[in-house]
Design a protein around this ligand. Structure first.
Ligand SMILES: CC(=O)N[C@H]1[C@@H](OP(=O)(O)OP(=O)(O)OC[C@H]2O[C@@H](n3ccc(=O)[nH]c3=O)[C@H](O)[C@@H]2O)O[C@H](CO)[C@@H](O)[C@@H]1O
Ligand SMILES: C=C(OP(=O)(O)O)C(=O)O
Length: 416
């Protein structure tokens, strides 16, 4: 998909089903190399990032088949520990193969993951932790050449609760001798999903969801079946689609507990929200209010992956809203595109000040990254006239046919 066209002014209404979480699927697909057996995984969204993961799995000898939203990975014939550079560079999160391949093959060679639209994303915490476990990692000409005679469990204190570093350590530690303890671990729901996947194949992981995770090394793993958790960022994006268009929706396949920080902000904006254990209903107010302060933080704080969508909502909310981006230093490119649509936003370093305007107007804008692209869709849904979003391919990294989902809910949106 290269362009999206939206004619604004239609309410988003009805019932929407949320897809499986991208940020669970990616590390779990990497984890399929561990058991050397069959892995059956349900509720896998159709995303370009998933396609890249499948290509990486095939490049190391795994057999991968897909039927609708179920993927079967047979990792018994894995025969190559080198991952092609062009695949690693295509996607930042391919770095989770490092821990998984070290655990399975005791060696792996891959390039540094590619640069990223949201700023520099170092992997120093990943490399330091794996070295503490006994991996010898040489960094040469942009490549990581990694070997181990056998990883050893140890205590790792992360300087920051990095999601990817926590996952890489968990994957590497599955066959390590003894117990690995991760302190200041990331607490995201996707970390718990990875724990559940590893345990379902016979691993011994506990503590995920808290700041301390324990991984007891095992000798062997067995076949596994697993269903991916619902995507909390997709859920939050659809809630904002209803809020910004003054609509009313019910989300199905959602874990309300995972999106409490977003629900809290939407209530501050004036939305009425009701939920059961696995559904959420949002009723938008006639007039949206500014949200005084939104600060992105590691889970359970407000997610950086929702920052651009909440900014889109604030552009037409009454009053002044302030956002502080604490996780990624260069994640405001969408602000300049929203300004092209009539928004009043001032960015100063990590802070964005948004003064609500009565209306946005359609314009030709560019999606510079995944969530920034989602924010432009949200703005386009409510803008007067036509919005054309260029470089819309970024959005396909994280949203399964978003244009079809929104069209079914009342939007006038199509791809070019
Ligand atoms: C596939 C996936 O799950 N992606 C998510 C994951 O990315 P990812 O795992 O890359 O994010 P991290 O939690 O690692 O990064 C958070 C912060 O730590 C820094 N850092 C990280 C690792 C490191 O070795 N050194 C270092 O300095 C990063 O530059 C960033 O400032 O968590 C992010 C933060 O919630 C989300 O935005 C991404 O959607
Ligand atoms: C930044 C994101 O993802 P990734 O880490 O895969 O780039 C995201 O999902 O918003």
């Amino acid at each position: 998909m290269s362009k999206l066209v939206i004619r604004g002014g239609h309410k988003i209404e009805g019932e929407l089903k949320v897809s499986g979480a991208k940020n669970s699927v990616l590390p779990i697909l990497a984890a399929t190399v561990l058991n050397g057996k069959l892995n059956v995984i349900h509720d896998i969204p159709k995303l370009s990032d998933v396609e890249v993961m499948i290509k990486i799995l095939k490049s190391v000898g795994c057999e991968v088949t897909r039927e609708n939203n179920t993927i079967i990975v047979d990792s018994s014939k894995l025969n190559n520990h080198k991952i092609p550079e062009e695949l690693i560079r295509e996607m930042r999160s391919s770095i989770v193969f490092l821990g998984a391949m070290l655990a399975r093959c005791r060696e792996t060679t891959m390039s540094y993951p590619g640069g990223c639209e949201i700023g520099p994303r170092p992997i120093d915490l990943h490399l330091k932790s794996l070295r503490e476990m006994g991996a010898v990692i040489k960094e040469k000409h942009g490549f990581l050449i990694c070997k181990t005679e056998g990883l050893k469990g140890c205590e790792i204190q992360l300087d920051f609760p990095s999601v990817g570093a926590t996952e890489n350590i968990m994957l590497a530690a599955v066959f390590a001798e003894g117990t690995t303890i991760i302190r200041n671990a990331a607490r995201e729901p996707e970390i718990k999903d990875l724990q559940d996947f590893i345990n379902a194949m016979g691993g011994k992981v506990s503590g995920a969801g808290s700041a301390t995770i324990y991984i007891e090394g095992v000798k062997e793993l067995h076949e596994v079946k697993h269903t991916i958790i619902p995507d909390r960022i997709v859920a939050g994006t659809y809630l904002i689609a209803a809020a910004i268009t003054r609509g009313e929706i019910v989300l199905k396949n959602v874990v309300p507990e995972h999106i409490q920080s977003t629900i809290y902000k939407l209530k501050e904006a004036g939305c009425r929200i009701l939920y059961t254990q696995d559904s959420i209903k949002l009723m938008a107010p006639e007039k949206l209010h500014a949200i005084e302060s939104t600060k992105t933080l590691p889970y359970p704080g407000f997610p950086t992956d929702m920052q651009s969508q909440i900014m889109a909502l604030m552009t037409i909310s009454d009053g002044t809203s302030i956002i502080t981006e604490n996780i990624f230093e260069n994640r405001y490119k969408h602000a300049y595109e929203l300004v092209r649509m009539g928004a009043n936003i001032k960015v100063d370093g990590r802070t964005a000040i948004i003064k609500g305007v009565p209306k946005l107007t359609g314009a030709t804008v560019s999606a510079n990254d995944l969530r920034g692209g989602a924010a432009l869709i949200l703005a386009g849904l409510v803008a007067e006239g036509t919005t054309i979003i260029e470089n819309a391919r970024h959005i396909e990294r994280g949203y399964d046919h978003i244009e079809e989902v929104l069209k079914a809910a009342g939007a006038e949106i199509y791809k070019l």
